[in-house]
Design a protein around this ligand. Structure first.
Ligand SMILES: C[S@@+](CC[C@H](N)C(=O)[O-])C[C@H]1O[C@@H](n2cnc3c(N)ncnc32)[C@H](O)[C@@H]1O
Length: 414
């Protein structure tokens, strides 16, 4: 089972169990030498499943020693163990106040425990810093690709026991950090949310939403959950609104909250999802991304347009109608067997269709459809050709959001 799957399967259960101090699952691990011993609270199921190292340790423990076991390991310091444990529980890691030598040691420990995602994160972090010329320390010029497990029988420093009396004290020192999920909410109809998205919405502490997410979806959010729609505050300034949402998200994460960033359609398609991923990761929180049904597929489908169809369309291209800083998009050239879908294009449909004919050699009679509010109760489908669609839309009026679909597949099922 992958690390992520494991976490998502157990995360809600773990939260409850750790708070309930359930002895069956919770163990207290003591790490370090006198007088610097640190106590950590841990979940035995996760530790067992997370890596062969912990799996063996926990097996031995329950078999041989009942409530007590000893991990014979000298080269994980309490502070490094702390980072690893936090990573196991939250999937996030903070590099604050860590020096380069510590990061290298952490990398080695993570490799030994076969925590591949943590290894990947740390390597990336080291590479970034090396590229920025931050790394003066010779020891980490060479990033270790693997590490030999040492026999450390003689230097036993980590001791573990089930110790309910210590649990409360320990859980204070191991306060959980926040968790961030970038969640796709689909095209609009709440029935088109995935189960994973629905679950994330129900379990969040804070939801940050685009103004594009329709009310029908927002209505699914339980009333006790805080919902922030920053776009309302900065509706004229997309950059400011984005920065505000990021700031609010980070603030909530630093307070240990479960944050859901609800995004229209699919989070990674023209939605700045990738940028937000980078933002949170660079602040020490690796987001979990939950895909959503994108309008680029669902809008044509809900207007009976098969984006590929044997003998009609063997290609499917998705474009934006709005380039960086609201510039005109790059215009694709005509291909008779291609369905071309434009998002964010209806407000400048006249310009785009003219450019498609002039620069892209699209024939004026090539069929076009605009699907407005796909999947919503007021979905509307407007049909025309490249030569006529802009005028038709102007005449009937546009009700955003709309997706423009171009190609012969538009009339295949008509
Ligand atoms: C910023 S993009 C986000 C796209 C989104 N990430 C997705 O995967 O659908 C917004 C554009 O998606 C399209 N769109 C979103 N929802 C739609 C809907 N319900 N019906 C038609 N088009 C929609 C419109 O072209 C709109 O301008």
């Amino acid at each position: 089972m992958s690390y992520n799957k494991l976490l998502s399967n157990f995360s809600s259960k773990i939260g409850k169990l750790l708070e309930d101090d359930d002895d069956e699952y919770n163990i207290i691990i003591r790490v370090g030498e006198e007088p610097n011993i640190k106590h950590f609270k841990a979940h035995s199921i996760i530790l067992r499943a997370i890596s062969p190292y912990f799996r063996d340790t926990c097996k031995n423990t329950t078999k041989k020693e009942g409530n007590l076991f000893y991990i014979e390991k000298s080269d994980i310091s309490p502070s490094i163990f702390d980072v690893i444990l936090r990573f196991i529980y939250t999937g996030t890691i903070s590099m604050e106040n860590r020096n380069n030598t510590e990061i290298t040691k952490l990398l080695e420990a993570a490799q030994e425990l076969k925590l591949n995602e943590l290894v990947g994160f740390l390597k990336e972090h080291l590479i970034q810093h090396r590229n920025q010329g931050d790394l003066k320390d010779q020891k980490i010029q060479k990033i270790p690709s693997s590490i030999t497990v040492k026999n450390v029988k003689d230097s036993c420093l980590i001791q573990s026991s089930i110790h309910p009396n210590n649990s409360r004290e320990s859980s204070k020192s191991l306060r959980r950090r926040g968790k961030i999920q970038l969640v796709g909410s689909g095209p609009g109809d709440p029935n088109l949310l995935t189960l994973a998205a629905y679950q994330a919405i129900q379990e969040a502490d804070v939801i940050l939403s685009d103004k594009l997410v329709p009310n029908e979806v927002l209505k699914l959010i339980p009333s006790h959950i805080e919902v922030l729609i920053a776009a309302k505050k900065f509706c004229a300034n997309v950059e400011a609104s984005q920065a505000e949402l990021n700031r609010l998200g980070l603030e909530a994460l630093n307070q240990g909250k479960k944050v859901v960033r609800l995004k229209q359609g699919d989070p990674f398609l023209f939605g700045r999802g990738g940028e937000e991923f980078v933002f949170y990761r660079s602040n020490g929180y690796i987001p979990q991304v939950i895909p959503g049904i994108s309008s680029c597929m669902s809008a044509p489908l809900l207007a009976n347009i098969p984006v590929t169809h044997r003998g009609v369309a063997s290609q499917f291209l998705v474009c934006t109608g709005t380039g960086r800083k609201n510039t005109l998009p790059e215009i694709p050239t005509y291909h008779p067997y291609r369905t071309t879908v434009f998002l964010m294009a209806c407000h400048r449909i006249k310009q785009i269709t003219q450019d498609l004919m002039k620069e892209g050699n699209y024939p004026a009679e090539c069929p076009c459809v605009v699907i407005e509010k796909a999947s919503c109760v007021d979905q509307n489908v407007i049909k025309g050709t490249i030569g006529t669609i802009a005028d038709i839309l102007e005449r009937v009026g546009h009700n955003p959001p709309g997706t423009l679909v171009i190609g012969w597949s538009c009339i295949t099922l008509a």
